[in-house]
Each structure stands twice: as C-alpha cells, then as structure tokens.
Design a protein around this ligand. Structure first.
Ligand SMILES: [Zn+2]
Length: 133
C-alpha cells in the first residue's frame, strides 16, 4: 500500500493546514491578493492567475459564501470518515474546496462561513451561516 510509485508528488491538498486570519472578529482564509489587478486567489499563489503579475501578497480573501456542490466521503485511507467536502463560491469570486463542519443536511446554495476547526486536517471548515465561530 505504501509503494513509492503510488505517492503523489505533492501532499494531498485536503491534508495541508492553511492559515486563517481574523477580519473584524471573524475568521477568513488567507490567500493571495494581487498588487497589480486586485484579484484574489486561494491558497496562496506566487503568480496572479488573472494578470500574470508576480506581485501578490498574502492576505485575507474569503470569509463566507454559498455551497456550489458537495459530496460525503465514506472511505478514506488517511483519516476518519464520514466527512463532507464542498466547493464554496465565496463573496470575493473564488471557488474554494473545503470541508463542511457538522453532520447537517446540506443543500446546494446554502450560505456558509469560515470557522476555525482544530479537529479538521486544514484547521478550518465551512459552517452554516449564523453559527457561532
Ligand atoms: Zn493580477
């Protein structure tokens, strides 16, 4: 099972911890903000995906959004299951892959917000909007 020929060249994206910043008392994901065109990216990128500039700097980029799509994972070789992964369209135009906190019944279009989640591999998750952060 641990055959080196089957390892990915980079760590599983879902297993990488990502920093979270506080913006006006609410957690926000830290991504990149382009100094030339203002485009946001997540996670941090050295080069702007919009204009190609290499003048991006880390900053808070997303704190809330709506569920674009989701699925519940029932089999994993790297951690406890089940958990729910979702693509969330954020208020600043990003589509971010992250876990949905809690075992609630989710629907496409549900409003969510970033929340700190020490029990999640990334250190954060999306929770239903209006929940305590
Ligand atoms: Zn740019």
């Amino acid at each position: 099972m641990d055959d080196p020929r089957h390892r990915l060249p980079v760590a599983d994206l879902d297993q990488q911890r990502r920093p979270v910043a506080e913006v006006e008392g609410a957690p926000a994901l830290v991504g990149s903000i382009c100094a030339d065109c203002g485009a946001h990216a997540f996670p941090v990128h050295a080069t702007c995906h919009h204009c190609g500039s290499d003048r991006s700097s880390p900053g808070p980029v997303a704190s809330e959004g709506t569920v674009y799509s989701f699925t519940t994972v029932h089999v994993s070789g790297s951690g406890p299951v089940p958990y729910t992964l979702a693509y969330v369209d954020t208020q600043d135009g990003l589509r971010v892959l992250g876990r949905l906190a809690g075992g609630g019944r989710w629907r496409i279009g549900d409003r969510v917000q970033v929340t700190r989640a020490a029990d999640q591999p990334t250190g954060w998750a999306f929770a239903a909007a209006g929940e305590p952060r």
